[in-house]
Design a protein around this ligand. Structure first.
Ligand code: HEM
Length: 388
């Protein structure tokens, strides 16, 4: 771990640099206790996620995360099996199935109009400059809240509280990993504080979501499905919370290492033995920045994703572009993600003209040292409504 920390690079970048020296299949000791297998090549990642999906369909979560995952019984944190399958099917066939998504279309349009108005207001008060991610997050919370509690749901206070709670969860999860990686970290004041804060967060999530389960939710929302299955109350509450955590995480920060997988049985990878229970992380970042597949991977070249593009058409290109993961444990909200992000971006591009907050000063794209992709300096931009 200190080898990785000393470089000062974000975790996924440091692992990618190590992979260039030691190869695409590495065992890394993240602390003294537990070896983690890191996979950084598209062929091997495809094996883990797709061809041998059942062999790697369990999850590895830090111990402390049990507080906000109902003891690892939410979709993302439970091992593949009937409980996980039921939670996942309930979300995908009901709340985010085609019927519910089509009901959302007009509501999302008014969310977008409101989001753009709010951004213009903020710009007017701030010399033309806005922080756009905050607005995109709020619009996404509104959408996720309707998927969870029904299409009539609207509660600004809930949106604001949820925004803060998700932010805190992501912040504490780094400390939670540190604790599992390096157990003496429990004596660090910052980690002690994080444990206490996580316990308090659990209670706040229970109260905030529990409050909205007091009266029966309308059919076709996730809360309705969860209550109809008589899951323990804690599972219902934290399954809803995880929809916000995962759905929001992806608005500003995409998981470059996906969510850690765990081997469900003794198996093999590239002819090597992988023991049951081994943690396996796929470095999606390494795939998305592979210079053997992508021409100038660091450059912003959206045309590379055009259907006619040589890079994207090739099989290698398709295996090397997995923002949602793939296979059994691929993103359960893929359909929502594929709709919401382009919808928000196209609305933003249509409504306002964008430029650097300070003329001639490009945004600082450097990343924070976390397990998720996050900008060190949150993006600020200058906007001018089109037509002015
Ligand atoms: C651009 C948007 C999104 C991206 C790029 C994204 C990406 C991902 C990735 C990489 C994973 C891990 C896959 C793996 O472990 O192999 C994941 C898991 C997951 N995502 Fe998303 N996600 C997005 C939006 C959403 C939304 C909107 C929701 C909820 C409606 C959601 C719900 C989930 C769930 C429940 C899982 C866990 C699946 C499981 O463990 O079976 N995601 N996502």
């Amino acid at each position: 771990m200190h080898q990785i920390l000393k470089g000062g690079y974000p975790f996924h970048v440091a692992l990618n640099k190590l992979a260039q020296v030691h190869g695409p299949l590495m065992t890394v000791w993240l602390g003294p206790r537990q070896p983690t297998i890191i996979v950084s090549d598209h062929g091997l990642v495809w094996k883990v996620l797709v061809s041998k999906s059942p062999d790697y369909a369990a999850r590895e979560f830090p111990t402390l995360a049990k507080l906000v995952t109902a003891d690892f019984r939410t979709i993302v944190s439970s091992n593949a099996g009937p409980h996980w399958h039921s939670l996942r099917r309930g979300l995908q066939n009901g709340a985010i199935g085609p019927l519910c998504i089509s009901v959302q279309a007009p509501l999302q349009e008014s969310d977008m109009a409101q989001m753009i108005n709010n951004m213009i207001k903020e710009a007017n008060l701030n010399g033309g400059v806005v922080k756009p991610f905050h607005h995109i997050r709020r619009a996404t919370i509104k959408l996720l809240a309707r998927l969870c509690f029904g299409s009539d749901f609207s509660d600004e206070e809930f949106d604001a509280t949820m925004d803060v709670m998700v932010e805190e969860t992501l912040k504490y999860s780094d400390n939670a990993r540190m604790l599992d990686t390096f157990s003496p970290a429990r004596f660090l004041p910052s980690v002690k504080r994080a444990i206490k804060q996580m316990e308090k967060l659990k209670l706040r999530v229970e109260e905030c979501i529990g409050h909205h389960l007091a009266s029966p939710p309308p059919p076709n929302c996730y809360a309705h499905f969860l209550l109809s299955q008589s899951f323990p109350r804690e599972v219902t509450i934290f399954s809803i919370f995880k929809v916000f955590v995962l759905g929001l995480d992806s608005t500003g920060s995409i998981a470059p290492l996906a969510v850690p997988h765990k081997a469900t049985r003794d198996t093999t990878l590239d002819g090597l033995h992988v023991a049951e229970g081994a943690t396996v992380m796929v470095n999606l970042y390494a795939l998305h920045y592979d210079p053997k597949v992508w021409d100038e991977p660091d450059q912003f070249k959206p045309e590379r994703f055009m259907e006619s593009s040589k890079e994207f058409l090739g099989k290698r290109g398709q295996y090397s572009f997995l923002p949602f993961g793939a296979g059994m444990r691929a993103c359960a909200g893929l359909e929502v993600g594929k709709l919401q992000l382009p919808f928000a971006v196209s609305n933003l591009v249509n409504a306002v003209h964008w430029s650097n907050a300070v003329e001639g000063e490009e945004p600082n794209l450097s990343e924070d040292f976390t397990f998720i992709l996050a900008m060190k300096t949150p993006l600020e931009a200058r906007i001018v409504p089109r037509g002015i």
